[in-house]
Ligand binder design. Structure first.
Ligand code: CA
Length: 228
């Protein structure tokens, strides 16, 4: 699949290649520019679908690059910065970044934001299911904890994500282990305790994200989401 071309303007090679790996894993193509001048050249030549733009860049900084990009058109831009004062400047200048991330960031979150920005551009509202402070975006394959002003990505394995999205489709319904195994873990070894171990990992991650008690075990039956 081709999610599109992402231009990563980032002068720290380790950050750039980590981010590149995460985007590629999600089916995007990636080109990296190590300074602002190269970023502008790549943008002109390659017409990326989205730009991840670090603010502290050699040659031309992220602010200059962004304003040039805006002169050229409306390519979506996500700004990356380590400095709070950059955020003030960004909002003050109203340069028109589509989103921003603060370093050190979780690459998963950057990818999730990029997908959200790209979707917004294409067709408006994402396909998200909400249960209290838990949100699952089925099309982006991302779960979020929404306990504060910012959504926080919960880093789940594919099996955990499938279990969670199955439960959240019908909140409060109790699903048997056998049903969860069939629908969520079809490639596993068909032991019902496999479900238990995935659920226990899922619970631990939800708890760590500030969402304790969201998945309830029903003795002798299976699992359901808690009441909000
Ligand atoms: Ca930098």
């Amino acid at each position: 699949m081709d999610g599109g071309l992402i231009l990563i303007a980032e002068d720290e090679p380790e950050i750039a290649s980590l981010l590149q790996a995460y985007f590629e894993r999600e089916g995007f193509r990636v080109v990296v520019a190590a300074d602002g001048e190269i970023a502008l050249q790549h943008h002109l030549m390659l017409r990326p679908d989205l730009v991840i733009l670090d603010i502290k860049l050699p040659c031309r900084d992220g602010f200059e690059v962004l304003s040039e990009l805006r002169r050229r058109g409306d390519t979506p831009v996500i700004m990356a910065t380590a400095l709070a004062e950059d955020l003030d400047k960004l909002s003050g200048l109203r340069l028109g970044a589509d989103d921003y991330v603060v370093k050190p960031y979780n690459p998963l979150e950057v990818v999730a934001r990029a997908k959200a920005v790209l979707r917004r551009g294409r067709n408006g509202s994402p396909q998200a299911l909400r249960h209290d402070s838990l949100e699952v975006d089925l099309s982006l394959h991302v779960a979020y904890a929404v306990t504060g002003p910012e959504k926080v990505v919960i880093d789940l394995t594919l099996s955990e994500f499938r279990l969670l999205s199955h439960l959240i489709r019908t909140p409060l319904k109790v699903f048997s282990r056998a049903e969860l195994l069939d629908t969520c873990l079809p490639e596993s070894d068909a032991l019902e305790r496999t479900v238990d171990s995935h659920v226990s990992n899922l619970r631990r991650k939800l708890e760590k994200a500030g969402l304790p008690g969201y998945v309830i075990g029903v003795r002798g039956v299976g699992y359901r989401l808690s009441r909000p």
